[in-house]
Design a protein around this ligand. Structure first.
Ligand SMILES: Nc1ncnc2c1ncn2[C@@H]1O[C@H](COP(=O)(O)OP(=O)(O)OP(=O)(O)O)[C@@H](O)[C@H]1O
Length: 658
């Protein structure tokens, strides 16, 4: 895209610490047009320059409270605040800038209108009951005009629920219904024009009515990105009441970082924010779109603002990356087929390791060796990041790090020891070995008991306490077992096994018996076979990707168990690992991050392990979005980028680097 700076520059007032701005950055810092968009490569200083522009406005007397900066993720929010500090803006001033994610900004705007606090339900599992309620209402509607067009999912078909929730996110992100301009009855033709089935559209309508409690202004709860959608709908329909104190009426500057994540609902909110000739600056990189499921589209970075607000966009370039050197820029050029250059003063060492499945040449072993070398060179462990495509990949890696006494900090994922399915297995092994007492952390014990409740839908029976609600009874039971680990076995026998259906009770009992009996290789596999963990996961997790994660986590756990001779010994090793993890936490560790959560961040050393066919690109992802994810991953590196590819089945991404 051609740069369009037009007016004569004015001298800059803010002089940053830490960097010497380039002419391109200064042009953005001092530009006099009221609508700037910067589209540039990863590491080309978009966030830094946005921060520079905010600092410049502050230097010119604009109150930081009158500057609103929006991002998509909490990480990007944090990265912008850090960039302001890095430039030398005092901490007290940084705190006064209003930097928020779109979703939490929308929540705070809606709060006075909501009346009571609207609970957030971020997980598909929490939304599932309402989806089924909506499906049942659609199925039971006597007045249905297009009954033949309905295809009601069978009760328990969670794939249908998963598909529906994805569709919900997408329809709301795109504001598909609102944008269609359709009025009147829902017909099969209308559904087709939206690209959904008639059943899905009917369920969507009922689901939304239920979620909004039958009243558009008082939702019962909000799922992911619902606040932005609710706010956008309000802006579109009734408009905002002029007395709404939570709306930033006084804002003079509006900024958006990571603009490529924007969808129609966010765009509508932005359009409202831009009323009144406020200054706007947005930055993004069309190749970093990784949220298309939520309706993200690069057009919001392109011409959507011009079209919808009649503002003239001034486009400013940021040509070269400061983050990485010419070698990595060349990889980006080859991988993405786009121009990419570097202005980095430091070199970026690139390495591709060809790794065996196991042994001293395995990915984990090579990675541990690299981290040790990093530590030996007295470099900060927190500047070494290991980026994972899938959270389940952390199981083997965490074990390797713990064995090597390397501290680590999970980011955007939980340690595998604390994932619900692993906690359930730990609980069953505790019952089998009658050793719950050896799990010395009360928080973990609580989570184990909660995992039983979660997976087994425990229904507490307590004679003499019939006046208490099921929720209160559950809470009491969880408290009691947490505080007195000796009663885990009786909780399992009298509440879990008595409260679940006969088939599940048989499987749970069988799993415990196998764990008491089996020893040697394959012992945990036999326990999990008896449990039929796949059925259990399918009964609670709606999303296919989450069920795949369960499978991956348990496979990792089974592989770890092979080193132990009895389930009791393995159970103890997991407790010991948790203790070691806590001890190591006292010193800053290597960052162990889920790839989707590192946009906007950078690290001196970036390691991408498990580059294997089927793992990355993931078979479940959109090919172009997997490309973008890999691009995001490699461009987080400043001085070292290490790729660990499978020796026999390397990811096709590696060959594309040239
Ligand atoms: N003028 C400059 N001189 C030297 N380094 C700079 C300059 N401007 C920015 N940087 C550095 O370049 C790096 C990348 O900047 P930044 O994070 O702003 O890039 P970005 O384009 O927002 O990246 P991403 O697309 O990955 O979010 C940072 O370490 C930043 O401090």
């Amino acid at each position: 895209m051609q740069p369009t700076p037009s007016r004569a520059p004015r001298p800059a007032q803010f002089v940053p610490r830490a960097i010497e701005p380039t002419d391109e950055q200064r042009a953005i810092q001092t530009a006099t047009e009221n609508t700037l968009i910067v589209q540039a490569n990863a590491g080309a200083a978009k966030t830094t320059t946005l921060a520079l522009r905010m600092a410049e406005s502050w230097s010119r007397g604009v109150s930081p409270q009158d500057c609103l900066a929006l991002t998509y993720t909490g990480e990007a929010r944090q990265a912008l605040a850090s960039a302001l500090s890095h430039l030398g803006v005092p901490a007290a001033v940084v705190r006064q800038f209003r930097i928020d994610t779109f979703e939490s900004f929308a929540q705070s705007v809606l709060r006075p209108l909501d009346g009571a606090v609207v609970p957030a339900r971020p997980n598909a599992e929490d939304l599932k009951p309402l989806v089924w309620q909506a499906i049942e209402q659609v199925a039971g509607n006597e007045d249905e005009r297009w009954r033949d067009a309905l295809q009601i999912p069978t009760l328990g078909d969670d794939a249908a629920v998963e598909e529906f929730l994805k569709l919900c996110l997408n329809l709301k992100g795109r504001m598909a219904l609102e944008m269609s301009g359709h009025e009147g009855a829902v017909t099969p033709e209308y559904a087709e024009s939206l690209g959904v089935s008639y059943t899905q559209l009917k369920v969507f309508k009922v689901y939304e009515r239920l979620r909004r409690g039958g009243h558009p202004d008082h939702p019962v709860f909000r799922g992911p990105m619902d606040a932005v959608h609710d706010l956008a709908c309000l802006i579109r329909s009734e408009g905002l009441p002029p007395s709404l104190v939570s709306w930033p009426w006084r804002a003079r500057l509006v900024m958006v970082d990571e603009m490529h994540d924007m969808n129609q609902a966010m765009h509508e909110v932005l359009m409202k924010l831009l009323e009144g000739n406020r200054f706007f600056c947005g930055v993004g990189d069309a190749d970093q779109v990784i949220h298309s499921a939520a309706g993200a589209e690069p057009r919001f970075l392109a011409d959507a603002i011009e079209r919808d607000s009649h503002r003239r966009i001034a486009r400013y370039p940021l040509t070269a990356s400061f983050r990485f050197d010419a070698g990595l820029a060349k990889w980006v050029r080859r991988f993405k087929g786009k121009a990419c250059s570097s202005a980095s003063p430091h070199a970026t060492v690139l390495a591709i390791h060809s790794c065996a499945e196991a042994g001293p040449d395995s990915g984990e072993a090579r990675l541990v060796a690299d981290i040790r070398a990093w530590k030996a060179a007295r470099k900060k462990l927190s500047s070494f990041a290991v980026l994972l495509r899938h959270p389940h990949q952390s199981v083997a890696l965490e074990n390797a790090l713990l064995a090597a006494e390397i501290p680590y900090t999970p980011s955007g994922l939980q340690s595998y020891l604390m994932r619900p399915e692993i906690l359930l297995v730990r609980g069953l092994l505790a019952v089998a070995a009658d050793r719950f007492t050896s799990m010395d952390d009360a928080t973990t014990r609580r989570k184990v008991v909660e995992a039983f409740v979660f997976f087994c839908s425990v229904n507490i029976q307590a004679d003499g306490h019939e006046h208490l609600s099921q929720g209160e009874l559950l809470q009491r039971a969880v408290d009691a077992v947490t505080d007195n680990p000796l009663i885990l076995a009786s909780f399992f026998e009298n509440q879990v096994l008595r409260g679940v259906d006969a088939a599940l009770a048989r499987r749970l009992r069988a799993a415990v018996q196998v764990a008491q009996r089996e020893t040697g290789p394959g012992m945990l596999t036999k326990v999990l076979d008896a449990l039929r963990m796949d059925l259990l996961a399918a009964s609670v997790f709606v999303e296919k990707a989450r069920r795949e994660e369960v499978r991956g986590n348990l496979q990792g756990l089974m592989a770890s168990a092979e080193r132990f001779s009895t389930p009791a010994e393995f159970f103890q090793s997991l407790n010991d690992a948790e203790v070691r993890q806590r001890q190591l936490k006292s010193s800053p560790g290597v960052v162990l991050a889920h790839l989707v959560s590192v946009k906007g961040l950078e690290f001196d050393h970036v390691a991408l392990p498990y580059l294997e066919q089927g793992e990355f690109p993931s078979a479940t992802g959109q090919p172009w979005e997997e490309d973008n994810l890999f691009y995001v991953g490699i461009t987080r590196a400043r001085k070292f980028l290490s790729l660990y590819a499978h020796r026999d089945r390397p990811s096709p991404f590696v060959a594309r680097l040239g």
